[in-house]
Design a protein around this ligand. Structure first.
Ligand code: F7E
Length: 325
C-alpha cells in the first residue's frame, strides 16, 4: 500500500485564538504544523508546532519560511484585528491587515514556481467588510460597506486573494467569518472583556466594568467550530469563498445577561458607559447567512450562544481564582 505523505500547514497569526484551535484541529488530522509569530521567540511551540519569526509588515523573510516549511496549505490568520484600534493606527492596520496579505500571496506565487507544487491558501476575511449592511442576513453575494480602517484593509485583502486566484490560477479562498469567540479570545474584544470582568467581580477582585455601545448586535459563534470550516474550504475541488456564521443575532446586552446571569449577578448596577470606548463609526448589526457552507462544506456550528458565554465565564473563574492565590 502506498504511504500517504504527511501534509504540512503553515499558519500566520498562530499565537492568536484561531491559531490555537486550528493548530490542534490540524494535528488531530496528522498535519505537521508550522507557524509564524511576530512577537515571540521562534522555536517549538506548546503543541509541538514549529515557529518562525516574521511580520506581514515586512515580507523579506516570507520566501525563506515557505522554503523551510514546504507547506501544502497556508492559513493567513495574522492581522491587526482590533477594529477600535484601527482608527488610531490606520496606516499600520492597512499595511499589516491589507498589504501584508499581498506580500504573502506573492511569496506563495513565487514559491509555487520554485518548488513546482501547488499551495492552497486561506485568507481570514471578515464580516466587518459588510459594515453598514445593505441587506440582512449577509451572504457571499452581499456588497461590502466597510466602516473602519480595519474593514477597508480586509476588503483590499479579500480582492487581492480573488485577484491572485484568477490571475495565476492559485487555489486561494476567502472565509468570511463572523465574530467567533472562546476562552482564548483576546481580552480587548468585548466578549472576553465581559467574561473576565464577570469572574473578577464575582470573586471581589473588581468592582465595575466599563463598556462602549452595548446595543451593538453580532452573530457570535465558537472559534473551535469555525476553524473546521477554514480547513474544509481548502479540501474542496474548486476554490470558492464562503460565509461562516451561526445565523443567530445577539446584542452586547444579551451577552451581559448570559454571563452575569451564569454567576447569579444582575449587571445593571455593575456596568458603566465610557464614551472613549465608542467607535467613530459603528457597525450596528451583523447576521450571517451560511447556507453555502452548510450545503457545500456540510459545515454547521455546534456550540450555542449560551454555552459559549458560560464556557468563557467558567474559564475566567478559574483564572480569577488563581489570581487570588
Ligand atoms: O466588538 C461593542 C463594539 O471588539 C463587538 C474582531 O475579531 O469580529 C471582531 O470585531 C461590539 C462592537 O469585535 C465595547 O462597539 C461595546 O460593536 O468584540 P469587538 P468586532 O469589532 O465586532 C470581527 C468579525 C473581526 O473581524 C474583528 O477582527 O461590541 N463594544 N463596548 C465593545 N467592544 C470592545 N472591544 N470593547 C468594549 O468595551
Amino acid at each position: 500500500m502506498a504511504e500517504t505523505k504527511q501534509r504540512r500547514a503553515l499558519i500566520t497569526g498562530i499565537s492568536g485564538q484561531d491559531g490555537y484551535y486550528l493548530t490542534r484541529f490540524l494535528q488531530e488530522r496528522n498535519y505537521e504544523v508550522h507557524g509564524i509569530v511576530s512577537c515571540r521567540a521562534p522555536g517549538i511551540g506548546e503543541a509541538g508546532e514549529r515557529l518562525y519569526y516574521a511580520d506581514l509588515a515586512d515580507g523579506s523573510n516570507l520566501s525563506q519560511i515557505l522554503d523551510k516549511s514546504q507547506p501544502d496549505e497556508v492559513y493567513n490568520l495574522a492581522a491587526q484585528s482590533h477594529v477600535r484600534l484601527s482608527f488610531d493606527l490606520p496606516q499600520y492596520t492597512a499595511d499589516v491587515t491589507g498589504v501584508g496579505v499581498l506580500r504573502m500571496l506573492d511569496a506563495i506565487r513565487e514559491f509555487q514556481q520554485r518548488a513546482g507544487k501547488q499551495v492552497r491558501f486561506y485568507q481570514a476575511s471578515s464580516s466587518e467588510m459588510f459594515g453598514k449592511v445593505v441587506e440582512t442576513p449577509q451572504s457571499e453575494s452581499t456588497p461590502f460597506y466597510p466602516r473602519s480602517p480595519y474593514a477597508c484593509a480586509k476588503v483590499y485583502a479579500y480582492w487581492q486573494t480573488i485577484n491572485y486566484r484568477e490571475s495565476y490560477d492559485m487555489f486561494a479562498v476567502n472565509g468570511i467569518l463572523f465574530n467567533h469567540e472562546s476562552p482564548r479570545r483576546g481580552e480587548a474584544f468585548v466578549t472576553r472583556k465581559i467574561s473576565k470582568a464577570v469572574a473578577r467581580i464575582k470573586l471581589g477582585l473588581q468592582e465595575k466594568l466599563s463598556l462602549g455601545n452595548i446595543n451593538a448586535q453580532r452573530d457570535w459563534g465558537f472559534a473551535g467550530d469555525f476553524v473546521e470550516a477554514m480547513w474544509l474550504m481548502l479540501q474542496q475541488d474548486v476554490p470558492e469563498d464562503y460565509v461562516v456564521a451561526t445565523g443567530q443575532v445577539h446584542s452586547v446586552r444579551d451577552f451581559l445577561d448570559a454571563t452575569f446571569g451564569h454567576v447569579g449577578l444582575d449587571w445593571t448596577d455593575l456596568v458603566e458607559t465610557d464614551q472613549n470606548l465608542f467607535r467613530p463609526a459603528e457597525v450596528d448589526l451583523l447576521c450571517g447567512d451560511a447556507s453555502k457552507a452548510r450545503e457545500k462544506l456540510n459545515w454547521q456550528p455546534k456550540v450555542s450562544f449560551k454555552e459559549l458565554a458560560e464556557m468563557m465565564v467558567d474559564h475566567d473563574l478559574k483564572l480569577a481564582r488563581k489570581e487570588m492565590g
